[in-house]
Design a protein around this ligand. Structure first.
Ligand code: ADP
Ligand code: ADP
Ligand code: MG
Length: 680
C-alpha cells in the first residue's frame, strides 16, 4: 500500500480522506490556503503545505503548486476529493507525468464524461437509455429551436460543460426558446468557459436516482446500488438516501447494469457515479457521470458496510476490488442531510460567519465500516468560520436505520440536537423537511421543496413562555454576581426594597413580547399573555467555549420547573442576543435591555434611576457639569455587561449620588439631573 498520500482538497472531504488513510496507516499531506492555516483538515493530516492565498483560483486550483507539494513531501499518490481539481483532466495527467498516482479515473475517462453532450453520444452507443433530446455539434439557434419543437415542451437547456446545478434553463414554449438559449449560453461561457448546450425533454415530477460504480485495473466493475437524491433546491441536492424508496430488485439490477455499461464504455477505473433521471413509473434515463467520489457517498457506505475511500486507495494501488458483485448486499437504510450555512427563508442565500456555538448530536466522525450509529462528516469545529471563499457546507449528518422509518426517526432526533449559533443555517428547515408528509411517505420528486412551500416555510411562530423563561433564567443568573445574595433568597437587598416586579422584553422576527415576573419567596410568578406559570428550581451549568474569539459569548445548559414540570434548554448569549435551543427548536431573541434605554423612561422629575441591579464602574461627569442631550454620564456594569447611562436631554448634573465601585439596587436614583428639555 502507499506509505504517504497528498490530499488536494479542504474541508470535510479532506478530513474524510485523512481519516481512512490514518486507519490504514498511510501518512497524509494536507495542502492549505491562507484562509485555512488553522483549519481542521490541516490538523488531521501528518504534514501540511501552504499553497497560496484564500481564493481557490490562487491555491486549491493551482496544479503546479499541488504537484510541487506532493513531490517535496515524498507523497506517492494524490487524492483530489471532490470539487476543485477532482474532475480536471489536466490535473490527472499532470500527476501521472510527475510520477504520482492520481487516486481517480484515467484522464481519458474524465475527458470522455466531462462534456455532457459527448458523454451522451458515447452512452447511446453503449445502449444506455437517454432522455429524448439533441446533444450534437450544431449550435445554431434556429436549428436548436427546431429540435426543441420536435421534442415537445417543456424542454431543458443544459450547458454541456455544466455542473453543480448551474447553466440550466427550463423552456415552457417555443416563443421563449431564443431568449432562454441566449441566457443559458451566457451563463455557460461565464461559469464553464464553454457555451455549448444540449436540449432535452424536461421531465415532469422526475426522481434523481444515481448508481455508485467501482472499477479496478483488472477489468472488474461492480455497482454498489443506488442513492435517491431527488430532494433538491436549485437543482442541488439537500437530502440523499439509500436505497431508493420503492426500488424493485429487477429495476435495481437494470439500472446497476446500465451504470456498469456506462463505466466500461469509457474504460473507467475507481469510484464513479452514474446519474439517472427517472419517471414516477420507474423508467430511467442517463443524465451524466461524475468521475469522482460524490458528496453523498456515506449513505452507500452505511448500507453496504464499505469504506469507499479505502476502495479508492486499494484500486489506485493496483489491487483488485475488495468485493465481487454477488458479495455486495444492502443492509438497512441510510439518509444524509447536508447542513449548510445558508438562509432558507431568503432563497437559500449562503451566510458567512463564525460557528460561535456548536453542539452536535452523539455521532462517530467519518467512520464507515460497520457504523450503524449516527455519523457526522465535517471540516469545521466550534469557533471556526465559514468564509465566503469556499462551499458553505458545515457538515453532513448521516443516519442509519433498520428501515426507512427508523432512519427518519433518528434523523429527526439528531437534527433536533444539532445546535449552531453564530450564522444562519438550514438545520430547522431540514427538520421540517424530513418530517413533512411527502418526504415521510417517500412521495419523492425533484420539485418536492417548491411544491410544499407552505409547510416548509411557515410564518414565524409566537415565542412560547418556556422559551422566554429560559432566556430570563440566564438574565437572573447574571444578576446574582452583582447583587449581594442569591436571587432565590429573600434577603436580597433590591427585593427588600419592595421592587419585586420585573418585565423582560424580547423581540424576534414575529414581533416583540414581554414576560412579567413577580418575585415570591423561592419562586417567581410568570405571566405572558393569558398564561400564568410558577418558576422554581432554576439550575444553570455554564459551558466552556473553546475559542478566544468568543469572549462575549456565554453558553449554559438551563433546567427549571414551570408549574412543577421540568423545562430544559441551552441558552447562548452574545450581548443582548439570546439563542434559546429548546425542544428541537432554535429561537433567536433580542432582549430589550432596560439600561440601554434608560434615558427614555426612567428619567422622571430630575431623577435618573438604576433600571436594574448593578455596580457603578465609572463616573464620566463631575457635579455641576453642564451637558448636552445624549452625553454619557456614568457607566454601570450589570449582567456582566457595561451599560452607559446618557443624559436624556441637555441639562446640569446637580448631584452624583454614588461612587465608583458602589453596588446599586434596581430603582434607586443614581444622580440628580436638572434643566428641562426646553431650558437650554
Ligand atoms: P453533483 O451535484 O454533481 O452530484 P455533489 O452533490 O457531489 O455533485 O457536489 C456538488 C459540488 O459541490 C461538488 O462537485 C463540488 O464542486 C462542490 N462541493 C461541495 N462541498 C465541497 C467541499 N467541501 N469542497 C469542495 N467542493 C465542494
Ligand atoms: P449537474 O451537472 O449540475 O449535476 P445534472 O445533469 O446532473 O447537472 O442535473 C442536475 C439536476 O437537474 C438533476 O438532479 C435534476 O433535478 C434536474 N434535471 C436534469 N435533467 C432534467 C430533465 N431532463 N428533466 C427534469 N429535470 C432534470
Ligand atoms: Mg449531476
Amino acid at each position: 500500500m502507499f506509505k504517504k498520500i497528498l490530499i488536494a482538497n479542504r474541508g470535510e472531504i479532506a478530513c474524510r480522506v485523512a481519516a481512512t488513510a490514518r486507519r490504514l496507516g498511510i501518512q497524509t499531506v494536507a495542502v492549505y490556503s491562507e484562509a485555512d492555516a488553522t483549519a481542521l483538515h490541516v490538523e488531521m493530516c501528518d504534514e501540511a503545505i501552504a499553497i497560496g492565498p484564500a481564493a481557490a483560483q490562487e491555491s486549491y486550483l493551482k496544479i503546479d503548486r499541488i504537484i510541487a507539494a506532493a513531490l517535496a513531501t515524498g507523497a506517492e499518490a494524490v487524492h483530489p476529493g471532490y470539487g476543485f481539481l477532482s474532475e480536471n483532466e489536466a490535473f490527472a495527467a499532470a500527476c501521472e507525468q510527475a510520477g504520482l498516482v492520481f487516486i481517480g479515473p484515467p484522464a481519458a475517462a474524465i475527458r470522455a464524461m466531462g462534456s455532457k453532450s459527448a458523454a451522451k453520444t458515447l452512452m447511446e452507443k453503449a445502449d444506455v437509455p437517454l432522455v429524448p433530446g439533441y446533444h450534437g455539434e450544431n449550435q445554431e439557434a434556429d436549428f436548436l429551436q427546431q429540435q426543441a419543437d420536435k421534442i415537445g415542451y417543456p424542454v431543458l437547456l443544459k450547458a454541456s460543460a455544466g455542473g453543480g446545478g448551474k447553466g440550466m434553463r427550463i423552456v415552457e414554449a417555443s416563443a421563449d426558446f431564443k431568449a432562454a438559449l441566449a441566457s443559458c449560453k451566457r451563463e455557460a461561457i461565464n461559469s464553464f468557459g464553454d457555451d455549448k448546450v444540449l436540449v432535452e425533454k424536461y421531465l415532469v415530477r422526475p426522481r434523481h436516482i444515481e448508481i455508485q460504480v467501482f472499477a479496478d485495473t483488472k477489468g472488474e466493475c461492480v455497482y454498489l446500488f443506488e442513492r435517491d437524491c431527488s430532494v433538491q433546491r436549485r437543482h442541488q441536492k439537500v437530502l440523499e438516501e439509500a436505497p431508493a424508496p420503492g426500488m424493485t430488485a429487477a429495476r435495481r439490477a437494470a439500472m446497476g447494469e446500465a451504470a456498469v455499461a456506462a463505466a466500461k464504455a469509457v474504460g473507467y477505473v475507481g469510484a464513479g457515479t452514474v446519474e439517472f433521471i427517472a419517471n414516477q413509473d420507474g423508467s430511467f434515463y442517463f443524465m451524466e457521470m461524475n468521475t469522482r467520489l460524490q458528496v453523498e457517498h456515506p449513505v452507500t457506505e452505511m448500507i453496504t458496510d464499505t469504506d469507499l475511500v479505502e476502495w479508492q486507495l486499494k484500486v489506485a494501488y493496483g489491487l483488485p476490488l475488495p468485493k465481487k458483485q454477488h458479495e455486495l448486499v444492502i443492509h438497512g437504510h441510510a439518509i444524509e442531510a447536508r447542513i449548510y450555512a445558508e438562509n432558507p427563508d431568503k432563497g437559500f442565500l449562503p451566510s458567512t460567519g463564525r460557528l460561535h456555538y456548536l453542539h452536535t448530536p452523539a455521532a462517530v466522525n467519518f467512520e464507515t465500516v460497520g457504523a450503524k450509529s449516527n455519523r457526522i462528516d465535517s471540516g469545521v469545529r466550534a469557533g471556526d468560520a465559514i468564509s465566503p471563499f469556499y462551499d458553505p457546507m458545515i457538515a453532513k449528518l448521516i443516519v442509519w436505520g433498520e428501515d426507512r422509518e427508523q432512519a427518519l426517526l433518528r434523523m429527526g432526533q439528531a437534527l433536533a440536537e444539532y445546535q449552531i449559533a453564530g450564522l444562519a443555517t438550514n438545520v430547522a428547515f431540514l427538520a421540517r423537511l424530513i418530517k413533512s408528509a411527502p418526504f415521510a411517505s417517500a412521495d419523492l420528486d425533484t420539485g418536492l421543496i417548491e411544491r410544499n412551500h407552505d409547510v416548509l416555510f411557515p410564518a414565524p411562530q409566537a415565542v412560547p413562555l418556556a422559551v422566554l423563561a429560559l432566556a430570563t433564567a440566564v438574565l437572573l443568573d447574571a444578576e446574582k454576581g452583582e447583587v449581594a445574595g442569591d436571587p432565590w433568597t429573600i434577603n436580597s437587598g433590591w427585593r427588600m426594597n419592595g421592587l419585586c416586579k420585573r418585565v423582560m422584553e424580547f423581540s424576534d422576527d414575529a414581533g416583540s413580547t414581554a414576560l412579567n415576573l413577580t418575585y415570591q419567596p423561592q419562586q417567581w410568578l410568570l405571566q405572558h399573555g393569558d398564561e400564568h406559570r410558577t418558576l422554581t428550581d432554576l439550575r444553570l451549568v455554564k459551558e466552556m467555549l473553546p475559542n478566544p474569539s468568543q469572549k462575549n459569548f456565554d453558553a449554559a445548559k438551563v433546567a427549571l420547573r414551570l408549574d412543577g414540570k421540568v423545562v430544559l434548554g441551552t441558552v447562548v448569549r452574545t450581548q443582548a442576543m439570546f439563542h434559546v435551543f429548546h425542544a428541537g427548536h432554535h429561537w433567536q431573541l433580542l432582549w430589550r435591555d432596560p439600561i440601554a434605554h434608560a434615558g427614555e423612561a426612567e428619567e422622571e422629575g430630575g431623577r435618573l434611576t438604576a433600571p436594574m441591579p448593578g455596580k457603578i464602574i465609572a463616573l464620566l461627569v463631575v457635579q455641576g457639569a453642564v451637558v448636552e442631550k445624549g452625553a454619557p454620564l456614568l457607566i454601570m456594569e450589570a449582567m456582566k455587561m457595561e451599560h452607559t447611562i446618557h443624559a436624556p436631554h441637555a441639562g446640569i448634573v446637580e448631584e452624583l449620588l454614588y461612587a465608583v465601585g458602589d453596588q446599586v439596587i434596581e430603582g434607586v436614583q443614581l444622580l440628580a439631573f436638572g434643566g428641562a428639555e426646553d431650558s437650554k
